[in-house]
Design a protein around this ligand. Structure first.
Ligand code: OFO
Length: 170
């Protein structure tokens, strides 16, 4: 069993994870539009990982005999100017998600739901990786971004990112 407060925050986190997938798909569409298909691939892989994050929460709620409630997903930002700006927006978003995961951790602790407190550790570690991955691209774009040859090579590198399914129990 899971209490209502914890259930609500977990359901709301599902929405945030699927919104993240939507946002990264929107960013992917922008990169497709400007012909940076490697960057687009990177964003599509990211979107799939976000869907995994949502589904891991979904399955956890079911396992705890809670009821999954899906809510409306907002339309994502689609106002992009250049690759660096896109990744800066992604970084801001990931910081927001990190704070939201921290809230889940605090609430589950306050509610003495130690199973959820333990479960959410996976997301706490994942957020460190999520922020670092985006920051890594920002640093590269700041160093080489405006120069066409470098952007071409970076796009090739971004095209190599491959999706592997995320699983909480791996
Ligand atoms: Fe689910 O980590 Fe990004 O948003």
């Amino acid at each position: 069993m899971i209490n209502d407060k914890v259930l609500d925050i977990l359901n709301s986190q599902i929405n945030k994870e699927f919104y993240s997938a939507y946002l990264y798909l929107s960013m992917s569409a922008y990169f497709d539009e400007i012909g940076l298909y490697g960057f687009s691939n990177w964003m599509k892989v990211q979107a799939k990982e976000e869907m995994d994050h949502g589904m891991i929460l979904f399955d956890y709620i079911v396992e705890r005999d809670g009821v999954v409630k899906l809510s409306l997903i907002d339309a994502p930002d689609s106002d992009f100017e250049c690759p660096l700006q896109v990744f800066e927006k992604a970084y801001e978003h990931e910081k927001f998600v990190t704070s939201s995961i921290n809230e889940v951790a605090h609430l589950s602790e306050d509610e003495c739901d130690l199973a959820t407190r333990h479960f959410i550790n996976w997301y706490i570690s994942e957020q460190v990786e999520e922020e670092a991955n985006v920051l890594d691209v920002i640093k590269k774009l700041k160093l080489f971004g405006d120069e066409c040859t470098s952007l071409y090579h970076l796009d090739k590198e971004m095209g190599e990112r491959a999706y592997t399914q995320h699983s909480y129990k791996e």
